[in-house]
Design a protein. Structure first.
Ligand SMILES: [Zn+2]
Length: 190
């Protein structure tokens, strides 16, 4: 497995964004609306909305990537690589993942799909983790979101339990240096 990705029960996560994009470039959408995000002006305007630090820069790049691609996404929270609509799933190898057959990948519900399309956030759990530090959503809205994703979250939790992985929030230091919010890791055997 290349060093720029890591595996988990929900698929593969990008550890190094630049190396990943170098190895797996994807085309910018031909859709005029998506292409408006690919201009220098949009880039500059957007970068002003994110904190002026490493995490902010990475988030900004992820947001631009997700906005300018038709279906390719990298979750800004957990960094899962996927196509819009794809539900979490474990793969035998990175090669098997890259060669996956679209028709055989389990799909998410329509509300999650919409969020994936819009922002690239891949699950309700990732959504909650990412907006932790953001102020623009009311508690009721967050609850609604969590509620409509409940069956999906249960699936992720079950997959993690079975495979011995844990998902945790990044520490402040990890967040500052990598811009990752949710971290998947193998549980330490005690
Ligand atoms: Zn995610």
């Amino acid at each position: 497995m290349p060093s720029y990705v890591s595996a988990s029960p929900v698929g593969f996560h990008v550890k190094d964004l630049r190396d990943f994009l170098d190895a797996h470039p994807t085309h910018i959408s031909l859709d005029p609306e998506r292409r408006t995000w690919a201009t220098e002006e949009a880039c500059l305007e957007l970068s002003n909305m994110f904190p002026d630090d490493t995490a902010g820069e990475i988030l900004c790049n992820l947001f631009l990537y997700n906005k300018t691609r038709d279906v390719n996404r990298i979750c800004p929270s957990c960094r899962r690589v996927y196509r819009v609509g794809e539900a979490p799933q474990a793969y035998e190898s990175f090669e098997a993942f890259l060669a996956r057959d679209d028709d055989r990948v389990p799909k998410v519900n329509s509300a999650t799909r919409e969020e994936q399309d819009l922002s690239g956030i891949c699950s309700g759990l990732c959504f909650e983790a990412l907006i932790d530090g953001f102020e623009y959503m009311s508690a009721e809205e967050i609850n609604d979101w969590a509620h409509c994703h409940a069956p999906y979250l249960a699936g992720i939790q079950e997959a993690a339990r079975q495979s011995g992985y844990v998902m945790r929030n990044a520490t402040a230091e990890e967040w500052a240096s990598s811009g990752i919010k949710l971290i998947w890791e193998k549980k330490q055997e005690s």
